[in-house]
Design a protein around this ligand. Structure first.
Ligand SMILES: *Cc1c(COP(=O)(O)O)cnc(C)c1O
Length: 366
């Protein structure tokens, strides 16, 4: 039987080739595995046009582990982080900085507006203690696209360092170190790169890494130490997620074969367009205006019908082989449908049909 299609923010549907890459056992000390790690790192740096200036530091764990490692290692103990926040992942970045005892301040844009670069400039001018700025490229809790290049320019002009959580964007949305100034970008294997969950990575300016010794609050999340060890031995510090690395390598082969980032973006955009049009036919209202909708995940308002229950809807849609995701908004009832992963128009059509059947069965729709 086929696995359900995951229309979620991740983990996502992966191809058979990616799954079968995990059918081998790798020794972490083995030179073959070390070559695999080095090769992945080289390809990920190339993905952002990082050249010699940037290094890739892989990190075990889910994406949040990599965010925590990046913030904890790049922000000096006496530094101050400004987090540009318009959803749950911005809040999470601020929270993890707070938990590790760093000075952190939030610039909040609510949940329906993108980050406004002019307000960022104002805040940077009025709080000179800020050393670093954290931003979420695509805020996955709603699907909002933030104007990264404009934000990066404002931050660079103020002489501050930018850390980008591009978890749900890297591999699809444009991001080049040649065009956008930043210190670090964080992502994981299991979103737009279509690998499996278990590792994140930070693409970081070598200069900033070299200055990061002794900053970390944590032994296992020390990006500097992880990088140093990798440089000296070719190995991960502590047990690597070997199968996840092998799957990412296979996923990157398929990424290249598809036509790289522009082709992936085009596929996701077509998925997103089809989804938005289909939702309209089902009388389901998208939460975001089209102009700020990233082709990553769509948030829809729950129907106002008294028979609506997300759990019941979810179960019925799942019975047709499609997995949706609950909303992540504080005030409104919504749910989310992903556009990313190893899926195309056929899977989106299946999802729309499944939602139509479910709404009919629940007597929300005739
Ligand atoms: C998925 C995601 C993360 C990481 O979440 P994990 O559950 O730790 O993998 C962080 N930021 C954004 C924007 C994300 O979409």
């Amino acid at each position: 039987m086929r696995d359900p299609i995951l229309l979620t923010p991740g983990p996502l549907s992966t191809t058979l080739a990616t799954k079968t890459a995990m059918l081998h056992d790798w020794g972490s000390w083995d030179s073959g595995f070390n070559r695999l790690t080095a090769d992945i790192c080289r390809r990920l740096v190339a993905l952002i046009d990082g050249g010699e200036e940037y290094a890739c530091v892989p990190m075990q764990g889910s994406g949040t582990f990599a965010v925590e490692a990046a913030i904890g290692s790049l922000l000096p103990r006496d530094g101050k982080l400004l987090v540009l926040c318009n959803g749950a992942y911005g809040k999470r970045m601020a929270r993890l900085a707070e938990v590790m005892g760093r000075a952190v301040t939030i610039l909040d844009f609510g949940e329906t507006a993108p980050v406004d670069p002019a307000r960022v400039a104002q805040r940077l001018a009025s709080d000179l203690a800020i050393t670093h700025v954290g931003v979420i490229y695509c805020e996955t809790s709603t699907g909002i696209l933030n104007p990264l290049r404009e934000i990066a320019d404002v931050v660079a002009r103020a002489g501050k360092r930018l850390v980008i959580d591009a978890m749900s964007a890297l591999g699809a949305l444009p991001l080049s170190a040649r065009e956008t100034p930043f210190d670090a970008v964080i992502a994981s294997a299991n979103k737009c790169l279509e690998g499996v969950p278990g590792m994140g990575f930070v693409l970081v300016r070598r200069h900033s890494l070299e200055a990061a010794q002794g900053n970390a609050h944590s032994l296992s999340l020390d990006l500097y130490d992880q990088w140093r060890y990798l440089q000296q031995t070719g190995q991960w510090r502590y047990t690597p997620p070997t199968h996840v690395v092998a799957a990412l390598s296979a996923a990157l082969d398929q990424f290249d074969a598809e036509g790289g980032r522009p082709a992936r973006l085009a596929r996701y955009q077509a998925n997103c367009d089809m989804l938005l049009e289909g939702l309209q036919q089902l009388d389901l209202q998208p939460f975001l205006p089209a102009a700020i909708q990233a082709p990553v995940i769509v948030t829809a308002h729950a129907p106002t019908h008294p028979a609506w229950r997300f759990d019941a809807f979810y179960q019925r849609v799942k019975a047709y082989g499609v997995v949706l995701y609950p909303g992540k908004l504080t005030e409104l009832e919504t749910f989310r449908i992903g556009c990313i992963g190893a899926i195309g128009q056929a899977e989106i059509q299946l999802a729309l049909d499944a939602m139509a059947h479910a709404l009919t069965e629940m007597r929300i729709r005739n």
